[in-house]
Ligand binder design. Structure first.
Ligand SMILES: [Zn+2]
Length: 146
């Protein structure tokens, strides 16, 4: 089992990956709640999910290191995603949907990043090779999915 320090290091690397490698304007543009919910609905169907789609709402976010961050809370089939004001974009939605699929909130291990990359490619118009190379450069050992 990983220590909390190892988990924290994985989380820092995953956030650095998103900050440095996932920079598409399509993903980072601020969106309406209606638009984000429609993307989540499309993803949920495309991924073959039969459990309830997470409730998605705009909120104040969780305070962490002086920043308001979005979060996903709840267990599979009963999740709620709260998107903080600076993060009401497709990138954050896709990140939180990976959590909703069973990756616990505080965990951002290599499996999490692999799934996130799959979503950024499938639903975020990103190029897989660029994301995989970027993650590898940061020490996240993901592999090509296709
Ligand atoms: Zn996360």
């Amino acid at each position: 089992m990983k220590t909390s320090a190892q988990r924290a290091a994985e989380t820092r690397r995953a956030y650095a990956f998103e900050d440095e490698c996932v920079r598409s304007s399509y993903l980072l543009k601020r969106r309406t709640l209606k638009h984000l919910r429609s993307i989540a609905t499309r993803l949920w169907k495309a991924e073959g999910r039969t459990d309830a789609i997470p409730i998605i709402e705009f909120g104040i976010g969780a305070l962490q290191a002086g920043r308001r961050l979005s979060f996903c809370i709840g267990i599979k089939g009963q999740c709620r995603i709260v998107l903080a004001k600076p993060e009401r974009n497709i990138l954050t939605l896709l990140h939180e949907l990976v959590h909703a699929l069973g990756h616990e909130y505080a965990f951002h291990d290599v499996r999490f990043v692999s799934k996130a990359i799959a979503f950024y490619v499938r639903y975020g118009r990103c190029k897989e090779v660029e994301l995989v190379l970027g993650a590898n450069t940061l020490g996240i050992r993901v592999k090509m999915l296709s």
